[in-house]
Design a protein around this ligand. Structure first.
Ligand SMILES: NC(=O)c1ccc[n+]([C@@H]2O[C@H](COP(=O)([O-])OP(=O)(O)OC[C@H]3O[C@@H](n4cnc5c(N)ncnc54)[C@H](O)[C@@H]3O)[C@@H](O)[C@H]2O)c1
Ligand SMILES: O=C(O)[C@H](O)COP(=O)(O)O
Length: 528
C-alpha cells in the first residue's frame, strides 16, 4: 500500500487522480502542526503541498520512505530542496497551471492601484461619495518594468502592451530577439527601475533576488512609481518599501505575497491607504487550482508507477525527444555501473564515462547519474538514485568526468567507464545492439562480447594450458552450469582473461577455491 499525504488544500480533481492509483491510500490532512506533520510523513511515499506547508530538513529526515514531493503550483521555496536532493527525494511542481491566474491577478492589482479601487470601495461602504479624492491615472502611455520575464512576466507584458503601455523587461535570459518579438525593450535592472511608472516583479525568490528592491534601489525610482509583487515575499524589502511610501517616493504598492505569511496583524504595511494587500491569491482561481492539482497528481502517479514523468525540480529537464532517444541507454548505463562496482571492489576515487557515437547526444547528465546509481548504489546504499547520485559522488570525494565523442570507433554507440580505486584501475565498455540489447564489449582492455545480464564470472590469469578446465571443474563440482564463455589474451603465455556466463550465483567458497589455482591473478563474481 502506498501512502500519499496531502497537507494543503488542493482541488478535488487532483485528489481523485491520486486515488486512481491502485493500492494507494490518499490522506488529506491540512493544517497540521509541525509535530503532526513529522509523524504523518514517517510512512508516506509521496507528499503533496502548496505554499502553506513548510517542508524542512526535519520533515525530510522524518520520512522513512518518501520518494516524491509534489508542489501543486510553481514556487518551491517552502521546500528544502538541498535536503530533498541529498535524500534522493524527487521534487516536482506544476509550472504552468497557474500562469494566467497569476498574470491576471497582477493586472488586477495594477489597475486597482492606478484607479484606487479598493480605497474608493472602502470609502463608499463607509457612507462617503468622494469623486474628487479618488482621481486615478491611466496605464496607457506609462512605462511598466517587468522584472523576471518568465512565464508570468511574459503574460503580464503581453497584457500591458494591449493596454498601450511601454514595457521594459529585465531578465538574464531575455534575448533581444525575444524582447523584439514581444514588442518590449530589454533593459538592465538599473535602467528598468529608473524609468518605470509601474514596476512588477516575477522572479523566484533566490539568494540573488532576495531584496532585489531594497532601500538603495528605491532611491533610484521615478518619484510616484507604483509597485506590484505577486511573485514572492522577500523580493521587495518590506521595511524599505514602507519608508519609500512614507516619503511618497512610491505612490502605491500592491502586494499579494509577504516576507512572512500570514501577514501579521500589526504589520506597518497595513497602515497605508495606498497599499493594496491580498492574502497570496495569485493562483487562487478555480481553473488554476484544477490545473495545478491535476498536473502534479498525474506526475506523482507516474513517479510512483516508475513511469516517465515531467517537471522535476531537482533533476535536469529533458525534452520528449531527448527522453525517447535516451531510454534504451539507461539499462546499459546502470548495468555498466553495477558491473564496475563488482569489478573494482574498493572505494572509487575517480570515474570517467565516455559516450561515443549515438550514445553521445546531450542528456543533461542523466546517463552519468544512472552509471553512478549502479556503481554507488551497489557499493554504498540502495537509497542512491538519479536524484542524489551526483551529490553522493561529490560528498564521497569521487571525481566524475564525462567525455562525449560523436564518432564511434568500432560500434555505432558505446558507453565506456574508466574507474580508479585504491586497489587499481579498471576499464569496461558496453554497447547496445538493436537486436540483442545491452552487451559488454570490452573488459580491462580485452575485447569481449557478452550480454550484460545474469551471473558472470570474470578471471584474469596466466595464459597456460588447463586453466579453463580447472575453473570449469570447480564450478561443475558446485553444480554451477556454464551458459557462455569469452576468452582473450594479448600474447601467448602472457595474461589472459575469461568471462563466463553461469546459470546461478557462485558462492564465496568457490571463488576462494578458484583464487588458489596457480596462475590466477583475479576472480570476480558479477551479478547484473
Ligand atoms: N502569487 C501567487 O500566487 C503566485 C502564483 C504563481 C507563481 N508565483 C510566483 O511567481 C514567480 C514567477 O513564476 P513563473 O511561473 O513566471 O516562473 P518562471 O520560472 O517561468 O520565471 C521566472 C523568471 O525569473 C527570471 N529570474 C530568475 N532570477 C532572476 C534575477 N536574479 N533577475 C531577473 N530575473 C530573474 C528567470 O530567468 C525566469 O525567466 C515565482 O516566484 C512563483 O512562485 C506566485
Ligand atoms: O508559486 C505558486 O504557485 C504560487 O505562489 C501559488 O501558491 P499557492 O499554491 O499556495 O496558492
Amino acid at each position: 500500500m502506498l501512502k500519499i499525504l496531502v497537507t494543503d488544500d488542493i482541488a478535488k480533481m487532483g485528489v481523485e487522480v491520486l486515488e486512481s492509483l491502485p493500492d494507494a491510500l490518499v490522506e488529506v490532512r491540512t493544517g497540521l502542526s509541525e509535530s503532526e506533520l513529522l509523524e504523518a510523513i514517517e510512512d508516506a511515499d509521496a507528499l503533496v503541498v502548496r505554499s502553506q506547508t513548510t517542508v524542512t530538513q526535519e520533515v525530510i529526515r522524518a520520512a522513512r520512505q518518501l520518494k516524491v514531493i509534489g508542489r501543486a503550483g510553481v514556487g518551491v521555496d517552502n521546500i528544502d530542496l538541498e535536503s530533498a536532493t541529498k535524500r534522493g527525494v524527487l521534487v516536482i511542481n506544476a509550472p504552468d497551471g497557474n500562469t494566467i491566474a497569476a498574470a491576471e491577478h497582477t493586472f488586477a492589482m495594477m489597475i486597482s492601484l492606478a484607479r484606487h479601487i479598493p480605497a474608493a470601495n472602502r470609502d463608499l461602504l463607509g457612507g462617503k461619495w468622494n469623486r474628487k479624492r479618488w482621481v486615478g491615472v491611466e496605464l496607457r502611455g506609462k512605462t511598466l518594468a517587468v522584472l523576471g520575464m518568465g512565464r508570468i512576466g511574459t503574460e503580464v507584458a503581453k497584457r500591458a502592451k494591449v493596454f498601450g503601455m511601454n514595457v521594459v523587461g529585465f531578465d538574464p535570459f531575455l534575448t533581444e530577439e525575444r524582447a523584439t518579438s514581444l514588442g518590449i525593450v530589454k533593459a538592465t535592472l538599473d535602467d528598468a527601475v529608473a524609468q518605470a511608472d509601474f514596476i512588477t516583479v516575477h522572479t523566484p525568490l533566490t539568494k540573488e533576488t532576495h531584496h532585489m528592491i531594497d532601500s538603495a534601489r528605491l532611491r533610484t525610482v521615478k518619484p510616484g512609481v507604483r509597485i506590484v509583487n505577486c511573485a514572492r515575499g522577500g523580493i521587495i524589502d518590506e521595511m524599505a518599501l514602507c519608508e519609500a511610501l512614507e516619503d511618497e517616493r512610491v505612490a502605491g504598492a500592491a502586494l499579494d505575497v509577504f516576507e512572512s505569511e500570514p501577514l501579521r496583524e500589526d504589520h506597518p504595511l497595513r497602515r497605508f491607504e495606498n497599499v493594496i494587500l491580498t492574502p497570496h491569491l495569485g493562483a487562487s482561481t478555480v481553473e488554476a487550482q484544477e490545473n495545478v492539482a491535476i498536473q502534479v497528481a498525474e506526475q506523482i502517479v507516474h513517479v510512483l508507477k516508475d513511469e516517465p514523468f515531467e517537471h522535476a525540480v531537482n533533476l535536469p529537464s529533458l525534452s520528449a525527444k531527448q527522453k525517447e532517444s535516451l531510454s534504451p541507454y539507461l539499462a546499459l548505463a546502470e548495468k555498466l555501473g553495477l558491473f564496475a562496482a563488482q569489478l573494482a571492489q574498493g572505494a572509487p576515487s575517480s570515474i570517467r564515462v565516455t559516450y561515443t557515437g549515438d550514445a553521445s547526444a546531450p542528456d543533461g547528465g542523466y546517463l552519468t547519474r544512472t552509471v553512478l546509481k549502479g556503481l554507488l548504489g551497489f557499493q554504498y546504499s540502495d537509497d542512491i538514485n538519479y536524484v542524489n547520485a551526483l551529490r553522493f559522488a561529490e560528498e564521497s570525494g569521487l571525481r566524475v568526468q564525462e567525455v562525449r565523442e560523436t564518432r564511434g570507433r568500432v560500434y555505432t554507440n558505446e558507453i565506456s567507464l574508466s574507474i580508479e580505486t585504491e586497489n587499481g584501475s579498471h576499464h569496461l565498455a558496453g554497447t547496445l545492439y538493436s537486436e540483442s540489447g545491452p552487451r559488454i564489449v570490452e573488459l580491462d582492455g580485452y575485447p569481449i562480447d557478452m550480454p550484460s545480464e545474469g551471473v558472470l564470472l570474470f578471471t584474469r590469469h596466466k595464459d597456460q594450458p588447463g586453466m579453463i578446465g580447472r575453473i570449469g571443474t570447480f564450478l561443475g563440482d558446485a553444480q554451477v552450469n556454464i551458459a557462455g564463455m569469452q576468452v582473450g589474451r594479448r600474447e601467448s603465455g602472457g595474461e589472459a582473461i575469461m568471462l563466463l556466463a553461469v546459470d546461478r550465483s557462485v558462492s564465496t567458497d568457490v571463488i576462494k577455491q578458484i583464487e588458489q589455482v596457480d596462475g590466477i591473478s583475479m576472480v570476480r563474481a558479477i551479478e547484473l
